[in-house]
Design a protein around this ligand. Structure first.
Ligand SMILES: NC(=O)c1ccc[n+]([C@@H]2O[C@H](COP(=O)([O-])OP(=O)(O)OC[C@H]3O[C@@H](n4cnc5c(N)ncnc54)[C@H](OP(=O)(O)O)[C@@H]3O)[C@@H](O)[C@H]2O)c1
Length: 245
């Protein structure tokens, strides 16, 4: 058998129009999967889909309707085997200064999105006794970043939800894992670190002495989606250049 191939598998990657989501979608396409990407902005999404050879659907995963639309559109191409739950991260703030509205938005977009997406894809996966549920989280799960309190809390919740879900569905051939990126060179990182001197300082503190590339995170996601990763469940893969050591 050829290793690490995904021919005939159908995947949905949310937050797939740029950055880590797009890199994950591209890695899945390269392994042979049929991929649908979802995001809110149509122009970027269409362009990204054309570049990597994916289908696309405009959907905001921070709402139940958006989750439904994304899953329905992806299922139209064939029953889903692989879900990659990803979206933009919550905006920065100090932990003492997060508004009620920001907590609510983070809860919907960063936590409930994964819960709802998983719920929507699970019945078919369990019936067909094969499925891969992968959420993109953050190094902040184990090492909180002071100005990202909503992200820290919601990603810890996603991680433990998928670990719990893994217990329920492991015997049905469905695995649930998370990929936790460290500092990765995407638009989000650029927006969070606009001062080049500060970006330099940050890189000098990473054992690998550089930011990660989106494709390096995407490759970890794609591996977890393969047949060969079928005995890995309830786990977190950190892709952080050694930061967490
Ligand atoms: N880059 C890093 O260093 C780093 C480190 C740790 C964790 N992370 C986390 O990893 C995830 C991906 O990061 P990234 O750097 O690739 O982010 P990014 O460059 O900001 O890309 C986010 C993607 O998600 C889409 N998106 C945002 N909100 C959405 C929503 N409500 N519904 C559907 N799609 C949505 C965006 O498109 P639209 O805006 O058009 O919807 C875009 O395609 C984020 O959650 C981030 O916090 C990133």
């Amino acid at each position: 058998m050829t290793l690490f191939r995904l021919e005939g598998r159908h995947a949905l990657v949310t937050g797939g129009s740029r950055g880590i989501g797009l890199a994950a979608a591209h890695a899945l396409v390269r392994l042979g999967a049929h991929v649908t990407i979802a995001a809110r902005g149509e122009d970027a999404l269409k362009a990204a889909a054309a570049t990597i050879g994916a289908r696309w659907v405009v959907a905001d995963v921070g709402t139940p309707e958006g989750v439904r639309a994304a899953v329905e559109a992806a299922n139209a191409a064939g029953p889903l085997d692989i879900l990659v739950s990803n979206a933009g991260g919550p905006p920065p703030a100090l932990p003492s200064g997060v508004t009620e509205e920001a907590w609510q938005r983070g809860f919907e977009t960063t936590f409930l999105s994964t819960v709802r997406l998983a719920e929507a894809v699970l019945p078919e996966m369990r019936e067909r006794r094969w499925g891969r549920i992968i959420a993109v989280t953050s190094l902040s799960v184990g090492r909180p970043v002071v100005n990202l309190p909503v992200s820290n809390a919601m990603r810890a919740a996603v991680t433990n939800h998928l670990r719990t879900l893994a217990l329920e569905v492991a015997a049905d051939g469905v695995t649930c894992n998370t990929v936790a990126p460290g500092y990765t060179a995407t638009d989000r990182l650029k927006a969070l670190h606009t001062d080049p001197a500060e970006a330099e300082r940050l890189q000098s503190r990473i054992p690998a002495r550089r930011f990660g590339q989106p494709g390096e995170v995407g490759a970890a996601v794609a591996f977890l989606a393969t047949h060969e990763a079928g005995y890995i469940t309830g786990q977190e893969i950190l892709v952080d250049g050694g930061w967490s050591i």
